[in-house]
Ligand binder design. Sequence first.
Ligand SMILES: Nc1nc2c(ncn2[C@@H]2O[C@H](COP(=O)(O)OP(=O)(O)OP(=O)(O)O)[C@@H](O)[C@H]2O)c(=O)[nH]1
Length: 351
Amino acid sequence: MDEAAGNGLGQQARRSLLQLIFVSTGALLWGFALLQFDNDNTLLAWLEIAVGSLLIWSAWYLRRVRWLTPWIYAYLLPTFCFQIYIMLMPAASATAFVWVYMVPMLAYLLLGGKAGLLLSLPFMLLAVVLYITRYADLQTAHGLIDLGNAVICGLMILLFVHFYEVRRANAQQTLERLAETDALTGVYNRGRFQQLFEQCIEQGQRSGDGFALVLLDVDHFKQVNDGWGHEVGDRALRHLCKVLQRRLRKTDVIGRLGGEEFGLLLRSTDAQAGEQLVQVLCSQLQQTPLCWGDKQELRITATFGVAHWPTDALDAESLYRRADQRLYRGKAYGRNRVISQGGPLQISELG
Ligand SMILES: Nc1nc2c(ncn2[C@@H]2O[C@H](COP(=O)(O)OP(=O)(O)OP(=O)(O)O)[C@@H](O)[C@H]2O)c(=O)[nH]1
């Protein structure tokens, strides 16, 4: 699973950004270390060199890190605390406050909307309190304007970054959904189905959990289109998906493989239970007509080929071929039926 789902940028973009941030912070600390040597702050200078070097080494190491979130927090929390500490230092300049504007930007970019907001808010509020207690002159108009500039600018940055991130995350989710679903029926498209099929095999290899691959094809669909028109044909395909989805579990998968052909992945199922479920699907489809308009009614049926992992085949290609053979044998036997492991076609398949 992608760790970055809903967490700001995608995983690869977050990795590159984090590397860039580590390198630039490391270089900045080296630069400050030189100034500290110049100021005879030798201890602080060596500390900055050590932290800077650690950050640059971490940027290189991040290439192979799988879970970025702990690294992000390990960077953001000390950095934000350090920014607050700088503001507290007696000799600090009032301009040290501007570093607080980096807080929402870094937090939202690296953590996404919700976590970004939760992390930014306390640091920004603390910075405002510190600014008021240390620098603000609430007695004069000039002081109030300074305070207004500092606070309003921070609030606007937080608002814009939040608004942008929420819109960006929604747009990304929509794009991801469009990229993996079939526009007509709303079920997974062929590419996504294939990925999920391969994942089922990988999971099965790890856990030993069996699953059924089902290929189904609507019977005489050309006649539906020719007799009722393509619009009704399209409705019939959507109707078929609804009927199947009504009976399937949340963990099962349905995908449109093309035209009037669909695939199902029935997870955590043995061969017998898989076949029984598909028998139920087949008869429910037959018994549930598509109804529309003024008592218009259309019954469709489909032929199902079922192959079970691991009993029928171990690799994706052979399992798919086995289900496909069964589907087309079902068509040859007269359609509207389920052909599986124990079915009448076993002898011819083996032969
Ligand atoms: N309405 C509609 N029709 C489609 C769509 N995709 C494919 N078709 C039609 O599905 C029909 C498939 O016809 P065939 O491959 O001959 O199969 P069939 O008539 O279902 O016959 P059997 O599969 O042998 O039972 C063709 O008429 C295609 O135009 C679609 O998205 N919408």
